[in-house]
Design a protein around this ligand. Structure first.
Ligand code: BGC
Length: 394
């Protein structure tokens, strides 16, 4: 995975109006799709944001992967809040974990005349076909949070720093481990999601030296054990481990895998254990499984997304940390990029992600580790949630 980052900047968009899908009749001419642009050619101070460009009309459609995970409902809510605050209306469709439905959603939005598509693919590679349909119809494609792979039909990528997500999860485990031979259980996201690889890569770079020096002993992945002296993993090597410990981003898969791992592990592989869980939904499922095993004396478990249920778990001491990804920032970046594309301009970018075919210009946002110690400061004082959303906060 190739990344080039120069700097972060905010995109401010003024005096723009995206005309409501619902309110509009016939189609208008789509702007030319922006060519992928190397970051160095797009100074952060320039681009769409510099001066108010007058009114812009155009149609934007959004496709999110599933309503069944709070993470994506959070994105829908934040999109609606941001768009309604500006008086914009945009259609948001969910693919329900099904690439065929995702493609039908894309085709539906094209038929309705969208000129810019903001899409989080269910399966990053399968979504290439849908992106190509959009490109052929003159629609610009913004990959949102997850990268669409193996196609040139992606104009722009809006993402968090996913390498840092994995690194922060792993660093939390390392910071809380003493002595040697600590049992470590690894879990990963879905192999169809490019992010699962980046999260794992970020985590592995921090964990591997601590596995190699004996601080941790991997319990549930023979592939990870076989590679424990290798810091830089190829994608195939990452796949070998991920396929062995994947949760498929699914709570039940995570729960069943954790239970199977616990059944297979002898008592000496339990005691005080360390668990790399890839996100909050799977963390809660895995935590619940570990909490019921009488040979597990204590466990630390990671997460990501700062889902409300996991924030409550953290307050209650049932999940150890989460990585907060401020969806408000991602939403604003995506809207700014959509507006730039509607204006026929190149969205602001500070780097690029290679998707197997092209370097996709990208903007990425930082992430923050949240534990019980800073939950109030980061999430409540930061205005992301209110104290009333939780019980047990002092
Ligand atoms: C997202 C995570 C999310 C996961 C499961 C990833 O691509 O970056 O925030 O928890 O998918 O939906």
């Amino acid at each position: 995975m190739k990344r080039m980052w120069l700097r972060l900047s905010l995109v401010l968009v003024a005096m723009l109006a995206i005309v409501a899908l619902a309110a509009c009749g016939g189609g208008t001419t789509a702007p030319e799709a922006a060519e992928p642009t190397a970051a160095a050619e797009v100074p952060a101070e320039e681009g769409a944001a510099e001066e108010p460009a007058g009114e812009v009309s155009g149609r934007v459609g959004i496709v999110l992967p599933t309503k069944d995970e709070p993470r994506w409902v959070q994105d829908e809510t934040r999109f609606r809040e941001a768009l309604e605050a500006e008086g914009y209306q945009v259609e948001i469709l969910f693919s329900q974990g099904d690439s065929a439905k995702e493609r039908a959603n894309v085709e539906d939005l094209i038929t309705k005349g969208v000129q810019v598509l903001i899409i989080t693919p269910h399966d990053g590679t399968a979504a290439a076909a849908a992106a190509e349909v959009a490109k052929n119809a003159g629609v610009s494609v913004i990959s949102y949070d997850r990268l669409i792979r193996d196609t040139d039909a992606v104009n722009y990528y809006v993402t968090f720093d996913s390498l840092a997500v994995g690194a922060q999860q792993a660093q939390f485990l390392v910071d809380n481990a003493e002595g040697t031979d600590n049992p470590l259980f690894l879990y990963a996201g879905a192999a169809s999601d490019n992010n699962a690889f980046i999260f794992f890569e970020g985590a592995w770079k921090v964990l591997q030296p601590k596995i190699a020096d004996g601080t941790f002993r991997v319990v549930n992945s023979s592939e990870a054990v076989a590679l424990q002296d290798t810091l830089e993993l190829t994608r195939d090597q990452q796949s070998a481990i991920i396929n062995q410990v994947t949760t498929n981003w699914d709570f039940n898969t995570a729960k069943n895998l954790a239970e199977a791992n616990l059944t297979a592990a002898p008592a000496e592989d339990k005691g005080d254990v360390f668990i790399l869980a890839p996100n909050d939904g799977t963390a809660r499922a895995i935590a619940d499984a570990f909490a019921t095993d009488t040979d597990v004396t204590s466990f630390l478990v990671t997460g990501q997304d700062a889902e409300k249920a996991s924030v409550q778990y953290i307050i209650d001491g049932r999940q150890s940390m989460t990585v907060f990804k401020d969806v408000r920032t991602l939403v604003n970046d995506a809207i700014a990029a959509a507006v730039a594309l509607l204006q026929g301009e190149t969205p602001n970018a500070q780097g690029a992600y290679n998707n197997g075919v092209i370097d996709v210009p990208a903007i990425q946002s930082p992430v923050i580790t949240v534990t019980r110690d800073n939950v109030q400061e980061v999430l409540i004082d930061g205005g992301y949630y209110t104290a009333e959303d939780f019980t047990g906060l002092e």
